[in-house]
Design a protein around this ligand. Structure first.
Ligand code: F6R
Length: 224
């Protein structure tokens, strides 16, 4: 693991965008693992900017997001699909039919979504670069503390802390899901490269546990 410490969130995003750009230059049909959340917004802005000035193209890229809420429709503005379209996919030249999230269609058995998603990742040749954030409790994707380090894509219940952390994004009258489908820790670790971005003081404890602490299911990010 290489730890790169930078002055501010903009520099973190710029470095992330540069690394994505370098990958796409050598591998235009790369498979990207993507994440949602506040941290990634600056990265997506930088990538969109690079696309606009013709520095990179996503035309041949396919993508797999880490997670999606269970129980809200894809066209609900709170879904991670809606976030990805709004913040990234609708602003670049990616072919949206090559963008995947572990979404459970209405009437589908959520238990079956995970294995199908794993198969799709496998069929795409695996993830070249997984981009992700970290929760204040050390979660990656929605793999909350105590998640098995050998876990694969499946349904997870959000912890109270994650639910509370994310409540800032929901109005009082909006339904906030407590369940999600997330890539597992072993799924994430299958990626050829992983780029974890962490910004803000509230992540300092989790980053310290990830980098300096023991490998433990109580801090899922420590597996890195
Ligand atoms: C989102 C995801 C989460 C977030 C994490 C940090 O797809 O997988 O693990 O990366 O909760 O979220 P922010 O960036 O909002 O602090």
């Amino acid at each position: 693991m290489e730890v790169i410490i930078l002055k501010n969130a903009e520099k973190v995003a710029a470095t992330g965008a540069r690394l994505v750009g370098e990958l796409l230059r050598v591998r235009p049909a790369a498979v990207l693992g993507l994440a949602t959340g506040g941290t990634q917004l600056a990265l997506y802005r930088q990538l969109v900017e690079r696309y606009r000035i013709n520095k990179i193209s996503f035309r041949q890229v396919s993508s797999f997001n880490l997670d999606e809420y269970l129980g809200i429709a894809a066209d609900n503005p709170q879904s991670y699909r809606a976030y990805m379209d709004r913040e990234f996919f609708d602003r670049i030249d990616i072919d949206k039919k090559n963008t995947y999230l572990p979404y459970c269609e209405e009437g589908q058995n959520p238990i079956l979504v995970g294995p199908c998603y794993e198969q799709k990742i496998h069929d795409a040749g695996g993830i070249d670069l997984q981009i992700m954030g970290i929760g204040a409790n050390g979660h990656i994707g929605f793999n909350e503390p105590s998640s098995s380090l050998g876990s694969r894509t499946r349904v997870k219940t959000l912890t109270r802390q994650t639910f509370k952390d994310n409540s800032r994004l929901f109005s009082e009258t909006e339904f906030q899901p407590k369940l999600a489908i997330t890539m597992g820790i072993a799924t994430i670790m299958d990626a050829r490269k992983i780029l974890l971005l962490a910004t803000g003081e509230n992540k300092a404890g989790a980053v310290s546990k990830m980098v300096e602490g023991p490998v433990s299911a109580m801090c899922p990010a420590s597996v890195l």
